[in-house]
Design a protein around this ligand. Structure first.
Ligand code: CP3
Length: 351
């Protein structure tokens, strides 16, 4: 008997809940669980030269990843990095301005695409893989490590628009124009995302999440073409390399399209924004695991309002395949004690 080579099902609650219904208590992690609401994050941010330095220094980024786990008994760590880093890895100039978020030199046509180089991705993003390896080595045994990337449409939205705002009109117009250049950009981002997530998995990530934060901006046919299809391709290609890798996707504000999304992408788990009704979420659990979907403003508010909203989610979804999370990221004004209380509520849940 060679016990060392046998594959044992994971004992980590988060990984179990992706495949099995009714894991009790349900696992919990929070999008943006690292960040400005934590005083220790603000202190680390002040030590770093700038936000990119924080993302690209494995010692700093690993520390930022681990900070929320020292305070709260969460079931997962999510790699500390940022969504536009993949654009930077492809060679697009990226900058952060105080109070503005990411700013990229826009790509607007087929000629601009020539500035991007898939073959540079692993070398330029090697520090991110190093962060994953460091976090993995430091993680408590029952905590899972989630890697992430932006999904192609959301990455493209930033890369074409150059920054948040204006409803990503320039990105939409290029996509809708019929110019094959936009499809070429999406195709490149599919390949780049597969490489980037493959790098994270090889470094130790045990599950991955695709953030499609701007999925809700697209009309249905465009959603099928630039949100569903590219994510389905990423899932197929990643599974060819890592057959058992759990894949979570968060198509924010996908509305009526969420069921089609779960069916056609083949992801293991769909992240639900806070607009998704819990009856619809429960129906979705027949097709995939679900993750979500407390409005982050309840976490700012705390108290009975937060407790009622959290219990409502637990009552309706904890029987199925379920991971507790927010419907979008933790906001900077969130009181730390409310996060502690929410984790306690979910941890104490038994049915
Ligand atoms: O704890 C975690 O969730 C891990 C780290 C993480 C960050 N960004 C750190 C961050 C993750 C997973 C992201 C994903 C991300 N980044 C998304 C998808 C999720 C979403 O929020 O919809 C998007 C759209 C981005 C792009 C981005 N990064 C924006 C628009 C901004 C500016 C807005 C803001 O909150 O400041 C960022 C900056 C950013 N990314 C910060 C952090 C902690 C704040 C930077 C700071 O410290 O000043």
């Amino acid at each position: 008997m060679t016990a060392t080579t046998s594959i044992r099902p994971s004992t980590k609650p988060l990984l179990r809940a992706l495949r099995s219904p009714g894991v009790m208590p349900p696992p919990i992690w929070l999008m943006r669980q690292a960040g400005r609401y934590l005083p220790e994050y603000r202190a680390l941010r002040d030590k770093a030269a700038d936000f990119l330095d924080l993302c690209y220094r494995p010692d700093y980024a690993a520390e930022a990843t681990l900070q929320p786990l020292r305070r709260f008994p969460l079931d997962a760590a999510i790699l500390f990095a940022d969504l536009p880093l993949l654009a930077d890895g492809l060679g697009q100039k990226l900058d952060y301005r105080e109070g503005e978020g990411p700013v990229l030199e826009p790509i607007r046509n087929g000629a601009d695409l020539k500035r991007l180089r898939l073959e540079n991705v692993h070398r330029r993003l090697a520090p991110v893989y190093e962060t994953v390896a460091r976090v993995k080595a430091a993680l408590p045994a029952e905590v899972a490590l989630i890697g992430f990337s932006g999904a192609p449409w959301t990455l493209a939205a930033y890369m074409v628009q150059g920054r948040s705002g204006a409803e990503f009109a320039a990105a939409k117009r290029w996509a809708f124009s019929g110019d094959p250049g936009f499809d070429a950009l999406i195709a490149l981002l599919v390949e780049a995302t597969v490489e980037y997530l493959d790098g994270q998995v090889k470094a130790g990530a045990e599950a991955v999440q695709l953030f499609d934060s701007w999925a809700g901006l697209l009309p249905a046919p465009a959603f099928a073409r630039w949100c569903v299809r590219p994510v389905a391709e990423i899932v197929t290609k990643l599974r060819a390399r890592h057959p058992d890798l759990p894949i979570i996707a968060f198509p924010r504000n996908a509305g009526f399209m969420i069921e089609t999304y779960a069916e056609q992408t083949g992801v293991d788990c769909v992240g639900l924004d806070y607009t998704v009704p819990l009856v619809q979420a429960a129906a979705l659990q027949a097709k995939s695991a679900v993750q979500g979907n407390l409005d982050p403003q309840y976490l700012v508010l705390g108290g009975a309002a937060m407790e009622c909203a959290a219990v409502d989610i637990l009552e309706r979804l904890a029987k199925g395949r379920f991971i507790f999370n927010l419907g979008h990221g933790v906001v900077p004004e969130t009181p730390v004690e409310n996060v502690a209380r929410l984790v306690e509520i979910v941890r104490g849940w038994r049915r």
